[in-house]
Design a protein around this ligand. Sequence first.
Ligand code: ZN
Length: 345
Amino acid sequence: MPDSAPAGGLDAFIAGLPKAELHVHHVGSASPRIVAELAARHPDSAVPADPAALADYFSFRDFAHFIDVYLSVVDLIRDAEDVRLLTFEVARDMARQNVRYAELTVTPYSSTRRGIPDRDFMAAIEDARKAAEAELGVTLRWCFDIPGEAGLASAEETLRLAVDLRPEGLVSFGLGGPEIGVPRPQFKPYFDRARAAGLHSVPHAGETTGPETIWDALRELGAERIGHGTSAVRDPRLLDHLAEHRIPLEVCPTSNIATRAVATLDEHPIRQMVEAGVLVTVNSDDPPMFGTDLNTEYAVAARLLELDHLGVAGLAKNAVEASFLDAPGKARLAAEIDAYAAAWH
Ligand SMILES: [Zn+2]
């Protein structure tokens, strides 16, 4: 039932709602504020350190410009202190939105390949994770993802970092980068070994390619959740499979528009996914780079799904259910969401 309260009422509800986020990238979460801090540490960089100039730098003209900006931020992550600063400050931006738990997708290969020693990298993210939990009340877990465009050498290296140097906060193994021209089945041996080591499988699939890629992710990579899965709606049998096996989709509406995976928000298939009985979670992907944040994504989803505040609380609970929190952690966060929703007027 649509909420009869004014839209501002729902936005305020979303802002205070305790939330979990399952699909958000580490470097892709660097807000202009964080980039300014990193740029100030590296004055030789082309990235402006002045926040006003950065706002302009961050207004994307097109997707190619997004890639340029993304890579220039990657270029600012040069030592372990940059990694620690980025990670802790990303958690600070999450805390401001009442994100209580996040599985952050980290691509360690981009940093170790650039010369940050692997053990220093792990120590930096773990130090930030513990500080975020103690000082900000945000619980972070890691998904280490293979940058698919970097080929099988990057898969081998990501697996080595995940299994041999496994940080305490690591829960899952992912696969990102372009899907076109990067078939999922070639990564099967790496996912097999990661899963044998107890890591969950959460590849991106079906964002820019059809449902066959999602089937590949399920059959070849043992996917337990699907990153995006936008094209699943083109295959009713696949939707049934996802619903029946309770395999969640990590839906990122604004990202799908920014990358042109979907033409307009009104054409976003999230409603078909929900109506098919699929466990849908709402996420922000690379939020500052797509001009969004998790609260905005919840507002978008509420509009597309015509949800009232209890419906929005239900979405937040979907994310808790789909997370890799342990059972007591899930129960605690779900109870917090219920208590917040029950107290809302
Ligand atoms: Zn992503």
